[in-house]
Design a protein around this ligand. Sequence first.
Ligand SMILES: Cc1cc2nc3c(=O)[nH]c(=O)nc-3n(C[C@H](O)[C@H](O)[C@H](O)COP(=O)(O)O)c2cc1C
Ligand SMILES: [Fe+2]
Ligand SMILES: [Fe+2]
Length: 392
Amino acid sequence: MKQLSERIFYVGVNDDDKVLFEGLWPLPVGVSYNSYIVADEKVVLIDTVECGFEDEFIANIEEAVPGRQIDYLVVNHMEPDHSSLVALMLEKYPELKIVANAKTLPMLAGYYGVPEEKVMVMAEGESLSLGSCSLSFHMIPMVHWPETMVTWLAEEGTLFSGDAFGTFGSIDEDVVDTEDTFEQYRDEMMRYYSNIVGKYGGPVQTALKKLAGLDIKRVCSTHGPVWEKNISEVISLYDKMSRYETERGVCLVYGSMYGNTAAAADALAMELEALGIPYAIHDLAGNNAGELGVSGALRDVFKYDTIVVGSPTYNNGIYPPVETFMKALQARMIKNRRFYAFGSYTWAGASVRLLNEMASTMNFEILGAGLSFPQAYTREKVDMAAVAQLLR
Ligand SMILES: Cc1cc2nc3c(=O)[nH]c(=O)nc-3n(C[C@H](O)[C@H](O)[C@H](O)COP(=O)(O)O)c2cc1C
Ligand SMILES: [Fe+2]
Ligand SMILES: [Fe+2]
């Protein structure tokens, strides 16, 4: 528990045990599920936390507002990492009313059997008075689900933003950012955005335009630190990523069964190094424990303007983990990228041609026919110096 202002308390939790977020995305430095209380004449809880943290969550609430009832529970977002404890809250605080929107209503019923009469349905922009201050509610559909809204507390310049401006990484007990926090979390924020929200660049842009008029002094998202000192940095990073804007550099990803495509990838990395071209390299086959795989590769796709993909030919196709990565790019509607493919085969190469075909569905600028080579990688067979020149 941490008091953020006279009226606002942080009552969220850190999850340092979960291995994969959504069963997919590695969490090497954990994640937090943030929940907040605004205590005025009325007491409001904004979002809950993931199940498994019941005791800690209730202890946080009781420490923040000892002996008080919770009058309202605002549900900004129904994804279970935030809504899991809705039913528990209704049980513990029988007088509690849920504050949500028309799209949330059937989801509350479907997940937790919440009857309609328990829910106050807010229209776009509608406010709810708490006594000395009031909350207003604004839809930000598809950031990250269709029912998602943000809650604005004008009297404190505080935006309860749901998943927007969130990041992976658990948080320290200070909760609120310092000058250094943005740089500490930048990579995890990019990974969070690219993995979780990356498909919804358009809706994020719409949401940002909607929020542009607000004088925001504090951003309370559902994952990661509370932002007070780095608000412009955080918003501009989200703005940049949702416009698919990048810097010059190479996101080099590959998968390899027997090390031949991997050897070519390593050779290319050395050439990029020699030319001073910024790059990141990701092994998608998961040969090395601790690697971020597709999750890390997607982060760097949002960073660099060039995607280079290596895959051996596998049953006349692309090696499955690499194909998964390519589909992840298609799903995120990645645009404005340069592309190059390479890979080993033994009797009839297909992977490079198929990778180029997938890249052309995304209108990538394909920098050359690609480099499909038989069997082992050798310097004589595979001229990665020439490939690196193409990528300058
Ligand atoms: C299950 C499996 C399927 C394969 N399918 C093909 C294929 O359809 N066409 C081909 O030319 N080579 C095929 N190969 C051979 C690989 O492409 C070849 O061994 C390549 O050198 C592997 O590259 P790597 O060392 O980067 O894994 C296959 C290999 C395996 C194990
Ligand atoms: Fe979400
Ligand atoms: Fe979330």
